[in-house]
Design a protein around this ligand. Structure first.
Ligand code: SF4
Length: 717
């Protein structure tokens, strides 16, 4: 191929448009990587409405990782202590189907689980739902999105009646006040932050940036007000702001009256959060708290952004709903520059949500618990009534427990690396070791999770299969295939479909292309909040990215013209009575607060250059030079007390495990709080797995574990 391919960056949920060029273009020197190998080139696509030509280091260096350490052929072994042997696809499919049938007959469908990923394209997600939830009769499909944004999903559903971020990126350049809580946007969603940063600099006097984060991150350095709260005190802070607004009468009474329910109970709860008490609990000054409330009061349009600092919490849903409360109280929703906006972590976690890719949902933002929703899906899937179970399946961590307790007999992992990313890692690894039969489907080998598999299936990845991804602002982008997959690698959806056909569901999986898969999927969105029935591969290829909702009535012109679609602009929400719901939550705090034995709170997060468990970024020289090893951030006063200097080694221990790494002494973190990045598994560094320390206590509503914080002790080495 000699032409430029227009596609989407497959790393994070910002979803930047990329233009990719082959290593050799006519009249130009061959583009090479640092080892001298010819390599494709990636640059920002100026025509992509979400990113407008911008791209971060991950997107720019992506092609370097495409050909390194690829899994090319199916491989199998009988037990984990044996080496893998290359086999044919036919042999691998035979073994998988035989095991699926055996487990279904002996243990029932609930003993079958699949754990997927926001790296999958929408077509992969959709076919997996049909296989598991429709044909095999179990809702045990969950994705690493459970570790990422399920609290946002659950908060939106409970407050508004449906999942779906109401805002769009255009709001970043229309707001009077950006309220960033639990998000280091500058490093983790850099292009979103770049858009806001430019606007903020130009309008410094009238646009405010508030950042709520225990660390002085790159994001916080730009803030007009940085609230360095103690980890786990978010709800106290949010209720404290509400308390001041209520006391000063800075609320939108008309909006509350006409568009919401539950305000009285909420007002009663926030009455218990007076400023002095809130400031003391959060570890900030009363003056800063009052300034935050003042910004909310003075701004006509407030935009909240959040990500893992809010979602990865044992009270994640409550935090999300408490953020939404402030928007409802002040009428900051359904208008330009305002609204509660969750930033998705993975490139297609949004597409996964649309396709039903969590254990409690079905395609088109439907719920497995709803009989009418199940019936609608069964009809499109041409399956007998009752095929879909009414019981939500196992969420990510519950799958680990299912393996530990011997209840799971067949475990299928696709495009994710739980042997690094799950909490309480020693327990996770022990559970994976107990699995009677694990299929691991991925583009790369080796990975940490491959150590726990019986069957390895080579997956085609981004650039090698055509498909669709949806980014954080509901922008749907077509990702064409412009390279051949290595060896015998296949698209994930093709693998799922072949297993479905071999199980006897010929007509359900008679897809001849991913475009056909997508056409069937969007039928199931028609009339729903996430209506994408006006989108097809062809239309995306013809006109470029399209933001949903895009019903079938949209013409190509109108679909592509609007890149600032918001939800709930008519102030009619997706609840049965059309009103948004206030939630009355008291703060609970951390599930594992520090104590005399474990006196520090360790917080976790991402670095600018790396992506998750480094399956790709660990194979890019520029990035590994930028972040060669994990470092533990520590406040100078804590370091002084422990007699530790920057660069010295320490052992960090939690009740579950320990890690060894060097210390970086910095004023950027509060006393008593530490920070460790989450990217290093045992393949990349010895004894530096952040999740060896974390715990699995989860939000009871979203089932998202509290990966963000745990109690630890530190010992100089
Ligand atoms: Fe890719 Fe995210 Fe970087 Fe954009 S911000 S280039 S989507 S990693």
């Amino acid at each position: 191929m000699t032409e430029v391919a227009k596609t989407l960056c497959p790393y994070c949920g910002v979803g930047c448009g990329l233009e990719v060029l082959p290593p050799a273009s006519p009249g130009k020197a061959v583009h090479r990587d640092s080892q001298g190998n010819p390599v494709w080139q990636a640059r920002g696509d100026r025509a992509h409405p979400s990113s407008q030509g911008m791209v971060c280091v991950k997107g720019a260096t992506l092609p370097e990782a495409l050909d390194k350490d690829r899994l090319k052929y199916p491989m199998m072994r009988d037990s984990l202590d044996q080496p893998f042997k290359r086999v044919s696809w036919a042999a691998a499919f035979d073994r998988i189907v035989e095991q699926l049938q055996r487990v279904r007959q002996t243990q029932g469908p609930e003993a079958i689980c699949m754990y997927g990923s926001g790296q999958l394209q929408s077509e992969d997600y959709y076919v997996a739902q049909k296989l598991l939830k429709g044909c095999l009769g179990t809702n045990n499909f969950d994705a690493n999105s459970r570790l990422c944004m399920s609290s946002a999903v659950s908060g939106y559903i409970q407050s508004f009646g449906s999942d779906g971020p109401p805002c769009c990126y255009a709001d970043l350049e229309l707001t009077d006040c950006a309220f960033l809580i639990g998000t280091n946007t500058a490093e983790c969603h850099p292009i979103i932050f770049n858009r806001f940063r430019k606007y903020h600099k130009k309008n410094k006097r009238k646009v405010k940036l508030v950042v709520v984060d225990p660390r002085r991150t790159e994001t916080a350095k730009d803030a007009d007000l940085h609230l360095a709260i103690r980890p786990g005190t978010d709800i106290t802070l949010l209720n404290g702001i509400a308390h001041i607004l209520l006391k000063q009468g800075q609320i939108n009474a008309l909006f509350i009256d006409e568009c919401t329910t539950g305000f009285t109970e909420y007002a009663e709860v926030v009455s218990h959060y007076p400023p002095a008490q809130v400031a003391q609990v959060c570890g900030i000054s009363v003056q800063d708290l009052e300034t935050a409330a003042q910004y909310w009061a003075e701004s006509e349009r407030v935009l909240s952004l959040w990500s893992m600092g809010v979602n990865q919490s044992s009270e994640g849903t409550a935090k999300v709903r408490t953020i939404i409360n402030l928007h409802l109280m002040t009428g900051n929703i359904g208008k330009p520059g305002a609204g509660p906006f969750s930033l998705t972590g993975q490139p297609n976690a949004m597409g996964g949500r649309e396709a039903g890719g969590l254990a409690h949902i079905l395609p088109g933002y439907r719920l497995v618990k709803d009989p009418w929703h199940r019936q609608q899906v069964e009809q499109v899937w041409q399956l007998p009534p009752g095929s879909i179970s009414p019981e939500p399946g196992l969420a990510a961590w519950d799958m680990m427990l299912g393996l530990e307790y011997g209840q799971v007999g067949f475990f299928w992992i696709a495009a994710t690396n739980p042997a690094v990313s799950m909490p309480d890692l020693e327990r996770t690894k022990a559970a994976l070791r107990k699995s009677p039969f694990t299929v691991y489907q991925d583009a790369y080998f080796p990975t940490e999770t491959a150590d726990f598999a019986h069957v390895l299936l080579p997956a085609a990845q981004w650039s090698e299969k055509p498909g669709v991804m949806t980014n954080s602002e509901r922008m749907v982008t077509y990702c064409p295939a412009f390279r051949l997959p290595p060896g015998e690698a296949k698209a994930d959806w093709e693998i799922f479909a072949e297993v479905g056909r071999r199980l006897g569901f010929e007509s359900q999986f008679a897809f001849e292309s991913s475009a056909q898969v997508y056409d069937e999927f969007v039928q199931l969105t028609q009339g729903r909040l996430c209506d994408m029935s006006g989108i097809s591969h062809q239309r995306l290829a013809d006109v470029g990215p399209i933001q949903w909702p895009c019903p079938v009535s949209e013409t190509a012109e109108t679909a592509v013209d609007k890149h600032d679609k918001r939800l709930y602009t008519n102030l009619w929400f997706a609840t049965p009575d059309g009103r948004a719901r206030f939630a009355a939550f008291h703060a609970q705090g951390l599930a594992e607060p520090p104590d005399a034995d474990y006196p520090f709170v360790m917080t976790t997060g991402r670095l600018y250059g790396h992506w998750h468990t480094q399956s790709r970024t660990g194979r890019v020289e520029k990035i590994t030079k930028m972040h060669p090893a994990p470092l533990l951030e520590m406040n100078p006063r804590d370091a002084q007390k422990l007699e530790i200097q920057s660069g010295e080694w320490v052992e960090v221990r939690s009740p579950r495990g320990s890690v060894k790494l060097r210390v970086q002494v910095t004023q950027n973190i509060k006393r008593g709080t530490l920070f460790m990045p989450m990217h290093w598994g045992f393949l990349w560094a010895e004894a530096a797995e952040c999740n060896a320390l974390t715990h699995a206590q989860s939000c009871p509503m979203s089932l998202q574990p509290e990966l963000k914080a745990c109690a630890v002790q530190v010992w100089p080495l």
